[in-house]
Design a protein around this ligand. Structure first.
Ligand SMILES: Cc1cc2nc3c(=O)[nH]c(=O)nc-3n(C[C@H](O)[C@H](O)[C@H](O)COP(=O)(O)OP(=O)(O)OC[C@H]3O[C@@H](n4cnc5c(N)ncnc54)[C@H](O)[C@@H]3O)c2cc1C
Length: 458
């Protein structure tokens, strides 16, 4: 893991403070409340750490959140950070601030292993950008461990992807892409050069990024980046026969038509065999030229999960039961890194924010009872499918309704779908900041949208 000078300073300062509070110190399991360690402060993990931090219960002694990054961004908005249509600084939540607010401890670090016998997780050394070891590898004890480390894009072993493509599956990677695209736009502005961006993967991430880049180009032209929209070419490559394969066909088709109307070239049935410095080579021999290449296909949980001695799937996810327990009852897994199949179903729940949130909610409600009455069986996790949404920047949005209660499938689009998409983020903010603070942040965003440039121009 790389860490900046400031972060390093904070991590060095953290331990003495935490020692004072009695947090996160190696010690033997003892009587009294449990030491809960949550690894991964994403959609699921941050909700869990925040709720347990605020919980007043003698069953809980300390709550520690471990994350390899220093700040949280709601992952479903990473394509907007990548395009620069949202400002990262305004949307991120630093873990130290959230920890102070919600009364949990934060430990920067990347989990790399597990000592189940000693009930300790292993954290990798923290390195400075120049390679110096800033913090040596550490161990952190737990009584109950919650693993919520999410997932990343899956290159399926395609040659050249790691070397020549951007991915936008983390805060830092989305920001790195944005820095690069701003540099390329500068070049576009001052030369006649064209900027071609090719995105592989016609799922929600690829589709949303393509639309967001159209909005970027449109705004760039409005700010006088002369002809930027005309110089910008966006290609979306999907191996299957339609975009958004997990959505109903009418949404896939409407999305394709809308993206093409916005000027995006959509290639269906385009199986990428190699990424190069020039672009993407397809299995049929065609070469799609692209100065900037993004890989947004497939999802895979982190590799280290397969080395913990717990049961995993082929995509590295931890297998969990209906109580979200892994094959070790003291270790829970939530969100994208967990694989849970509902009774009577054949395929596991998809890796979505909706699933991650509902699993986090479930653990927040059940774990205190488990701690109070060890060994008692909890009511199993029940999933409510609220459907799925896809947003095409400020142009359009589509949604498929879930199948429970009053809902029975169906499709929404336009303003209603846009509002529903906005509400997903705003309810996440309300859960981590509380109703009033979350509401104020929404208000500030609305004001900023009127007062500040609509894209990053620095
Ligand atoms: C561009 C994009 C758009 C999306 N749009 C939608 C959408 O519209 N609707 C929807 O439902 N879903 C969407 N998703 C999927 C959704 O974001 C994920 O399903 C959700 O974030 C999963 O939550 P999580 O808590 O499992 O993991 P994450 O939110 O990914 O959080 C994982 C956390 O773990 C940390 N971490 C990782 N490895 C380690 C380690 N070894 N040690 C310590 N910390 C670690 C990471 O830094 C991160 O903070 C989208 C995803 C992307 C990328």
């Amino acid at each position: 893991m790389e860490i900046t000078g400031n972060q390093a300073q904070r991590s060095e300062q953290l331990l003495p403070q935490e020692q004072e509070k009695g947090h996160a110190l190696p010690r033997q399991a003892r009587d009294g409340g449990a030491r809960i360690v949550v690894v991964g402060g994403g959609v699921a993990g941050l909700e869990v750490a925040t709720a347990f931090g605020k919980l007043k219960s003698t069953c809980v002694d300390t709550v520690t959140l471990v994350d390899s990054d220093s700040a949280h961004v709601w992952k479903p908005m990473l394509h907007t950070i990548a395009a620069g249509t949202r400002d990262l600084a305004q949307q991120q939540t630093t873990y130290l601030a959230q920890a102070a607010d919600a009364k949990f401890a934060y430990q920067p670090g990347e989990m790399c292993g597990l000592d189940r016998e000693a009930h300790e997780i292993l954290l990798a050394p923290i390195h400075a950008p120049d390679g110096r070891v800033l913090v040596a590898g550490r161990r952190l004890p737990y009584d109950k461990l919650v693993i919520a480390v999410g997932s990343g894009a899956n290159d399926f072993g395609t040659p050249g992807v790691n070397e020549h493509c951007f991915m936008i599956d983390s805060r830092r990677k989305a920001d790195a892409f944005n820095q690069e695209i701003r540099l390329r736009m500068l070049r576009c502005m001052t030369s006649g050069e064209q900027l071609q961006v090719a995105i592989v993967g016609g799922g929600a991430t690829g589709v949303e990024l393509a639309a967001e880049l159209v909005q970027l180009a449109e705004s760039a032209r409005a700010y006088g980046v002369l002809g930027a929209a005309a110089k910008f070419r966006i290609v979306l490559i999907e191996a299957g026969s339609r975009l958004l394969p997990s959505f109903p066909e009418e949404i896939s088709e409407a999305t394709r038509v809308r993206l093409q109307a916005l000027g995006v070239s959509v290639v269906l049935g385009g199986r990428v065999s190699r990424a190069t410095t020039e672009g993407f080579e397809l299995a049929n021999g065609e070469l799609i030229l692209a100065g900037l290449r993004v890989w947004a296909a497939g999802v895979k949980a982190p590799e280290f999960l397969t080395q913990l001695g717990l049961q995993t799937t082929r995509s590295n996810q931890l297998l969990v039961n209906d109580e979200m327990q892994t094959s070790d009852p003291d270790i829970y897994a939530l969100g994208d890194c967990a694989s849970y199949t509902l009774p009577g179903h054949e395929v596991p729940l998809p890796p979505t924010a909706q699933v991650a949130h509902q699993q986090a909610r479930y653990l927040i409600e059940t774990l205190p009872h488990v701690l109070e009455r060890p060994g008692a069986k909890s009511v199993g996790f029940a999933y409510r499918d609220f459907g799925a949404l896809v947003s095409l920047a400020h142009y359009d949005a589509y949604g498929s309704l879930g199948k429970f209660g009053l809902f029975n499938g169906g499709v929404i689009r336009g303003r209603l779908a846009m509002l529903s998409h906005i509400m997903l983020y705003r309810s996440h903010q309300a859960r981590i900041y509380g109703f009033w603070r979350g509401g104020l942040l929404w208000l500030i965003d609305l004001m900023n949208a009127r007062l500040r440039p609509s894209i990053r121009l620095d």
